[in-house]
Design a protein around this ligand. Structure first.
Ligand code: ATP
Length: 581
């Protein structure tokens, strides 16, 4: 398949103002892609080469890309730097430089582009920078201007088309079954594999029947089941049909461990492979699990080795993302893992089994040790006991409790936030005591003291059903002066000409962004709003919901925009708030 076809479609997608149009462009791209390479097309479209969990980063340093552009175009680096400063986009710069030149004799294929980028990503060690530069300059020499634009954006990690996983799944359903209502079937395969490429290849080669037979596999993370929130013990038990399991809600890092005779993989909540950061946990699990193959989930928490006391999240977070001094950190910050679920044992997928069956399977395969424990739980059938149990959990250093359904249908719903798991923390008692995670979609120019930076950011919640971001507030408080000053620079890579097709806003912002950055925000209360689009028409006619007095709490670099608080959750919070007035 010629890469020019892909580049043309990327350009069309960038010119699109509507999400449905975006999906249509993707449908024609996928229909054109030969099944044996459709996985590569999907990864490239998201600016990647592999699914995230493989941890293969492409991001080539800009100065190296500039060197490659210089060699490919025979234009001096100084000049390129100048042009790049003006355009702010190295992709546009290379496109301009190549325009009007004699086109390459041979058309570039998707395979050419992918295999060269793959080599660039995997070359390491001494002399690797020079090899990478050569590979890229050769590729650019064989490219047309538009192709070069997208290659440079991909290789520097700046292809930001803002296409979410759900949009890709919609497009795949349409392209290969002709019917978008088949998306949930594809979504389930994606939730079991965290790999859109393999889902695309399976549907293209084997159709819907192949997708229905999709299997859990060791080494491929299962997307985590997530919890809804509720603010009173009575409501929780009512929702759970009177009886449920209350587990301690440990305040640490969620880990999904895949164990096989030769290998242990640890995945984070965002499905990054973090095995090398926690070799102590991998080792401890290997010893404690009495089976050949298993996938288990638990929360990893930092503990005082002398008293066994649990430290809050901030402590274990110091061990995240480290490449060096791992041994030292293991000694300084020892951790335990509290296992709360099992999803697979020796070839058997347990995700469709109810909670109590999974819990008893977990108890059978785990031999508790100093470092590996089973999550504490209690079956509860009245609000008073639930309240008491939550206080016991908090006293022990937990955040509260996770209340889990014990009904027959309490299966593990991978990748979904639902009411089969409810989190119950003390702070939910006050109106909007809990924070929400919102996505930056626009900004307003600052005035007075804030001239030159942004006065406020336009924030949105995620509507999972529609796969769009609906605005819910303007955020202008809680930033330090330093953060404020840096905002334009930090957000510049995401800046676009107009409102992104996946953003629903009733407000005209001064600047628009690709939905990418997630901020944790604390608000005073939720109100009906004629201008914000969050949950439009769901609680009142011709109105959405807005957060009053929002304040920045922290930057959530660990969350992707689709992990933001959902519109559905905000509606639920609004209804709860009404009950407490
Ligand atoms: P939060 O900020 O509350 O952790 P979240 O969006 O990261 O929210 P939720 O599904 O809302 O995730 O809350 C569940 C999280 O609580 C899990 O992802 C997990 O990390 C943690 N947790 C701690 N103990 C348990 C437990 N016993 N069962 C399930 N999850 C637990």
């Amino acid at each position: 398949m010629e890469f020019s076809r892909v580049a043309d479609l990327y350009e069309k997608i960038e010119d699109t103002t509507k999400r449905l149009e975006m999906t249509d462009h993707l449908v024609s791209l996928f229909k054109d892609s030969p099944p044996q390479i459709i996985d590569k097309v999907v990864y490239l479209t998201q600016g990647k080469l592999y699914p995230d969990y493989m941890g293969i980063e492409l991001g080539m340093a800009e100065r190296m890309a500039i060197e490659a552009v210089s060699r490919a175009t025979l234009v001096a680096k100084k000049k390129i730097n100048q042009l790049y400063k003006q355009s702010g986009d190295l992709g546009l710069t290379v496109e301009e430089l190549l325009k009007g030149r004699f086109p390459p004799l041979k058309a570039l294929t998707v395979e050419d582009v992918y295999s060269t980028l793959d080599k660039i990503a995997k070359t390491s060690g001494k002399g690797s920078n020079e090899i990478k530069i050569r590979l890229l300059s050769r590729l650019l020499r064989g490219s047309r201007p538009k192709e070069a634009k997208y290659i440079v954006r991909i290789v520097t990690g700046k292809l930001r088309l803002g296409i979410g996983d759900m949009t890709i799944l919609d497009a795949l359903a349409l392209a290969f079954t002709g019917d978008k209502s088949n998306r949930p079937i594809l979504e389930e395969a994606y939730n079991l594999s965290s790999d859109l490429g393999i889902v695309a290849k399976t549907i293209a080669e084997k159709g819907l029947e192949g997708i229905k037979k999709f299997q859990v596999t060791i080494g491929r993370p299962i997307r985590p089941m997530l919890a809804e929130r509720m603010s009173s013990a009575e409501e929780i038990l009512e929702r759970m049909n009177g009886k449920a399991s209350a587990e301690f809600k440990y305040d640490g890092l969620r880990i999904q461990a895949h164990i096989s005779p030769n290998e242990v993989y640890l995945f984070s909540r965002r499905m990054e492979n973090i095995t090398s950061q926690f070799p102590d946990v991998a080792e401890a699990l290997k010893k404690s699990l009495k089976v050949d193959e298993a996938i288990v989930e638990g929360e990893c928490v930092a503990v005082d080795p002398h008293t066994g006391e649990m430290y809050p999240f901030q402590m274990i977070s110091r061990r995240r993302g480290r490449k060096y001094d791992i041994e030292k950190m293991m000694e300084e910050i020892p951790v335990n893992i509290y296992l709360f679920d099992v999803l697979y044992v020796n070839g058997v997928d347990l995700t469709k089994k109810p909670y109590l069956e999974r819990r008893s399977a977990l108890e059978k395969i785990v031999e508790e040790t100093d470092k590996v424990k089973l999550a504490e739980y209690k079956i509860i059938d009245n609000p008073k006991d639930l309240e008491l149990y939550m206080h016991i959990a908090i006293e022990k250093g937990c955040e509260g409790v996770m209340v889990k359904s014990i009904d027959e249908d309490s299966i593990y719903t991978a990748g979904k936030r639902g009411f089969k798991w409810l989190k119950y923390k003390r702070e939910y008692k006050s109106e909007m005591g809990d924070t929400v995670d919102l996505v930056v979609v626009g900004a307003f120019a600052g005035k007075g003291k804030r001239a030159g930076t942004y006065g406020a950011l336009l924030m949105a919640a995620y509507n999972h059903e529609k796969d769009v971001f609906e605005t819910v507030c303007k955020l202008g408080t809680g930033f330090t002066d330093e953060e404020l000053a840096k905002l334009p620079e930090l957000l510049k890579p995401y800046k676009i000409e107009r409102c992104h097709p996946r953003v629903d806003s009733g407000i005209e912002a001064d600047v628009w962004f690709v939905p990418a950055i997630v901020l944790e925000v604390r608000g005073a209360e939720l109100t009906l709003s004629p201008s914000h689009r969050c949950g439009w028409g769901k609680v009142a006619e011709n109105a959405g919901l807005a957060i009053r007095f929002p304040r920045l709490e922290k930057w959530r670099t660990d969350k992707s925009p689709e992990d933001a608080t959902t519109v559905q959750e905000i509606i639920e919070m609004y209804k709860n708030q009404l009950k407490h007035i």
